[in-house]
Design a protein around this ligand. Structure first.
Ligand SMILES: [Zn+2]
Ligand SMILES: [Zn+2]
Length: 426
């Protein structure tokens, strides 16, 4: 019987009304006891004084690239990056080659991840076959195979008609439809945010309207169907306001934002080049302000990395030719602490809600808690640890990050999945 005792940490689980210096005992992968000064004979002890002991972090949005993109990431390297960033579980997007649109592909992914034995993988399967936007995948068998939601990420669900069908079918299964909201016609080959900076740099812009028209479409359909819509990587002030209003109206909508969208503006493109090229693009200072306001007032439900690894030979190209996306699993917690918690914008408890409690709810998993009898998925982090991020020292197979060389305050120190220590910061 494997047992682990975590001593003297600040146990912080908003869902369980826990916030205090407590010990936590995990046996056989299950949390047995949370109490002051537990004495028990155990296999392993972690001294966590000065650290926060939180329910395991769940990333609702990452790209593991396997199968088909192993040059940039594998399930193994992606999950190694995940646990180093404090994530005990990740939702893998379906835009691999081939696309995850079949129960076999979903099962293979889950089984491979289990063999790797680091973070859990909860697949999001494709909404449409091949994510081509023509016909729906078989939602029921995909859910039975392990899918926790559906998305055609990388692109939006193509038509309003298909989106309506998807919401109706997902509603019956009680899983979310997650959408990458974009109107390709309005994006029209753009490579960065449309505005004064894109004009100055002479680059094609992607207007805010590209995201907002799609969010408006999806919210209308969520209202009509009563199904759960999850808006991925919200990046504009207008989209944030629409989600806020929809929530007030009782529409079943949740949303995520990425650390890069609450940290950087489109000015970063001039400095970081293709490592600041992502979709949706980095936006204006006004949009970043609205994203942060949405985080602070609870409109934003979750942080998600949109970890999008690309090998150097793919990413080191002209702005117009490089693929969209940056890696993010190993910097998400540090960016949230450094940009939001330490400046007093959100509390540590709110951070845990955004990284664990709410993501667990959105994908309907019995996680995000530290309650007796619950799963022993735990993230321990030092909110005050000062360190410098070096992409070359990361566990991801790729290096495409604008945050290379940035100084951060706060890092994961131990990541525990089902009672097993899968990462320790040395
Ligand atoms: Zn996307
Ligand atoms: Zn994505």
């Amino acid at each position: 019987m494997a047992s682990l005792l975590i001593k003297n940490g600040r146990v912080l689980s908003p869902e369980d009304n826990l916030d205090g210096e407590l010990d936590l005992l995990v046996e056989d992968g299950v949390i047995r006891q949370v109490a002051p000064r537990i004495t028990a004979r155990v296999d392993e002890t972690i001294e966590a004084r000065g650290h926060v002991v939180a329910p395991g972090f769940i990333d609702l949005h990452c790209h593991l690239r396997e199968p088909g993109g192993e040059i940039s990431e594998t399930i193994e390297t992606g999950l190694a990056a995940a646990v180093a960033g404090g994530f005990t579980a990740v939702c893998a997007m379906p835009n691999t080659r081939p696309v995850n649109d079949s129960p076999e592909a979903t099962r293979t992914l889950v089984e491979k991840a289990r063999r790797v034995g680091l973070a859990r993988v909860f697949p999001m399967a494709a909404v449409s076959l091949g994510s081509q936007g023509e016909s729906l995948t078989d939602f029921a068998t995909l859910v039975a195979a392990g899918a926790v939601g559906f998305t055609d990420d990388g692109r939006p669900v193509k038509t309003a008609g298909l989106m309506e069908q998807a919401l109706e079918r997902a509603g019956g299964l009680d899983v979310p439809i997650a959408d990458h909201c974009e109107d390709p016609g309005l994006s029209a080959g753009g490579v960065m945010n449309e505005g004064p900076i894109s004009e100055r740099l002479g680059l094609r812009g992607i207007p805010n309207s590209s995201e907002e028209t799609c969010v408006a479409r999806d919210l209308d359909l969520a209202e009509a169907t009563g199904a759960h819509l999850h808006v991925q990587h919200v990046s504009t002030a207008g989209a944030m306001e629409m989600v806020r209003t929809a929530k007030r109206q009782g529409i079943r909508v949740t949303c995520e934002v990425t650390p890069h969208h609450f940290t950087l503006t489109d000015e970063a493109v001039a400095q970081y080049g293709t490592n600041a090229k992502m979709n949706p693009p980095l936006r204006s200072a006004r949009d970043v302000g609205a994203i942060i306001a949405g985080i602070m007032d609870g409109t934003v439900d979750a942080f998600a990395t949109d970890h999008a690894p690309h090998a150097p030979e793919l990413k080191q190209k002209l702005m117009s030719e490089a693929p969209f996306g940056i890696i993010g699993l190993e910097t998400a917690l540090a960016l949230a602490l450094t940009q939001l918690v330490h400046p007093g914008r959100i509390s540590l408890a709110h951070l845990v809600v955004l990284l664990s409690t709410n993501p667990a709810r959105i994908i309907h998993q019995p996680l995000g808690r530290l309650t007796g009898g619950g799963t022993g998925d735990i993230t321990i982090f030092d909110p005050n640890l000062e360190w410098t991020y070096r992409a070359t020292e990361g566990r991801s197979k790729s290096r495409n990050s604008p945050f290379d060389g940035w100084k951060f305050i706060g890092a994961a120190t131990a990541t525990i999945v089902a009672g097993k220590i899968v990462y320790r910061r040395s």
